[in-house]
Design a protein around this ligand. Structure first.
Ligand code: ADP
Ligand code: NA
Length: 332
C-alpha cells in the first residue's frame, strides 16, 4: 500500500479562470488543509504542446505560481514547483510513451477536441500529453489527484499506464491513482452558454470570469450572464433542465463553501435580477483579495523564481529515487 500523497497541476497557457479556481485550486488548498502531503505543479511542458510565446510562458508560469500562493497554498507545507525544472517528469514520460498504446491516446476526447480535423498538423507532444501527465503523477507515487471533471478520462489513462507497466514488468511498483472530483464546482460552465465548459480558450471574454478581472468587470459579467426567464426554483430538484440557473447556483454555493441545498435555501424563489447582484457580491468578496495578492506577488519575480526553485529541489528528492527504481525494473 502507498501512503496518501496528493499531486495536481495547471498549465500556464492562458488566463486563469473561475473554473480553474473552483475546480482545481480551491480543492488543492482543501487537500493541503487536510494535512496530506501535496505537490502542485505549473505544467509548462504541457503548455508547449501548443506553441507559446517564450516571454509569455515565463510570465504566466510566475502568474500561476502567484495564483497558487494567493489562493492559499503555502510553499512551506505544499511543494510548489515548475514541471520543466524536474527532469524526471520527462524521463519517466519516455518510458510511459513506450508503455501506452497509440489507440489509447487516439480515444482521448481532449485530443479530439484540440487537434480537431487537423490532427496531421498537431504536435506529437499534444498526442502524447496523457503519457506525460501519467508520469507527472506517478513519478511521485501520488495516490490522489484533485482535478475538474474534464480530466477524468486522462486519469483513467494514468491508471491504465500504471497497470500495464506493472503487468509488463511483473511488479506492483506504481499505485492506482484516485481522481478527486468532488463538490458542486467540478465543471463550471460558460456564462454565455450553460452547455459549454468555462474555459480560457473560449473566444468570448464575457463567457468567463478571469482571476485578474476587477470588481466592476466581475459584477458586469455576472449581471449579463445568460439565464432563462423563470425565477430560481424552490429547491435543488427544480434546477433540473435549467443549466444556466444550475451553473450560477453551483458557483454561488462553491464560493461560500456551502452545499447546493444550503445555498438554495438562501435564495429560493428569487428573480435573477435580485440574485445576480448577490452572486456578484459573493464573487467579488472571495476573488478580489486573491487577485490583489497575485498582483502584489507578481511585483517580485525573483522571489517567485526562488520559491519555485526550492519547490523543484524538494520535488526532485521524491522523484529521483522513483525514477532510478523504474530504470532498474526496466533494465536500464
Ligand atoms: P483549462 O481547462 O482552462 O485549459 P487546464 O487544462 O490547465 O486549464 O486545467 C487545470 C485544472 O482546472 C484542471 O484540473 C481542470 O479540470 C480544471 N478546470 C479547468 N476549467 C474548469 C471548469 N470550467 N470547471 C471546473 N474545473 C476546471
Ligand atoms: Na483542461
Amino acid at each position: 500500500t502507498f501512503p496518501r500523497r496528493v499531486f495536481s497541476g495547471i498549465q500556464p497557457s492562458g488566463g486563469l479562470t473561475l473554473g480553474n479556481y473552483l475546480g482545481a485550486v480551491k480543492p488543492f488548498v482543501a487537500a493541503q488543509e487536510s494535512g496530506a502531503e501535496a505537490l502542485y505543479c505549473v505544467v509548462d511542458m504541457h503548455a508547449i504542446t501548443v506553441w507559446q510565446d517564450p516571454d509569455n510562458l515565463r510570465r504566466r508560469t510566475r502568474e500561476l505560481a502567484a495564483f497558487y500562493i494567493a489562493a492559499g497554498l503555502d510553499p512551506e507545507r505544499s511543494i510548489l514547483f515548475n514541471q520543466s525544472q524536474v527532469a524526471e517528469h520527462a524521463q519517466l514520460a519516455w518510458i510511459f510513451n513506450c508503455v501506452a498504446r497509440m489507440g489509447w491516446m487516439g480515444r482521448m476526447t481532449q485530443w479530439k477536441d484540440k487537434a480537431g480535423k487537423n490532427a496531421e498538423n498537431a504536435s506529437l507532444g499534444l498526442f502524447a500529453y496523457p503519457a506525460l501527465m501519467a508520469a507527472d503523477i506517478l513519478v511521485y507515487h501520488a495516490t490522489h489527484v484533485p482535478v475538474g471533471e474534464d480530466q477524468k478520462q486522462h486519469l483513467e489513462l494514468t491508471r491504465d499506464v500504471a497497470a500495464k507497466f506493472n503487468h509488463d514488468y511483473g511488479t506492483d511498483f506504481f499505485p492506482m491513482v484516485e481522481p478527486v472530483i468532488e463538490g458542486v464546482a467540478t465543471r463550471v460552465m460558460s456564462l454565455r452558454d450553460g452547455t459549454r465548459k468555462m474555459s480560457k480558450s473560449d473566444p468570448s471574454d464575457a463567457s468567463r470570469i478571469n482571476m485578474t478581472d476587477d470588481a466592476d468587470t466581475i459584477a458586469k459579467k455576472l449581471r449579463r450572464a445568460k439565464t432563462d426567464p423563470e425565477p430560481l426554483p424552490d429547491n435543488v430538484e427544480g434546477l433540473k433542465d435549467r443549466p444556466e440557473a444550475r451553473n450560477l447556483m453551483n458557483i454561488y454555493a462553491a464560493l461560500q463553501d456551502l452545499s447546493l441545498e444550503d445555498a438554495m435555501g438562501q435564495v429560493a424563489g428569487r428573480q435573477f435580477a435580485q440574485f445576480k447582484p448577490l452572486l456578484a457580491d459573493v464573487a467579488v468578496d472571495r476573488l478580489a483579495p486573491i487577485s490583489a495578492e497575485m498582483r502584489r506577488l507578481m511585483q517580485d519575480a525573483d522571489e517567485i523564481d526562488r520559491l519555485l526553485a526550492r519547490g523543484a529541489e524538494r520535488a526532485r528528492a521524491i522523484a529521483a529515487p522513483v525514477l532510478r527504481r523504474t530504470y532498474d525494473i526496466v533494465g536500464m
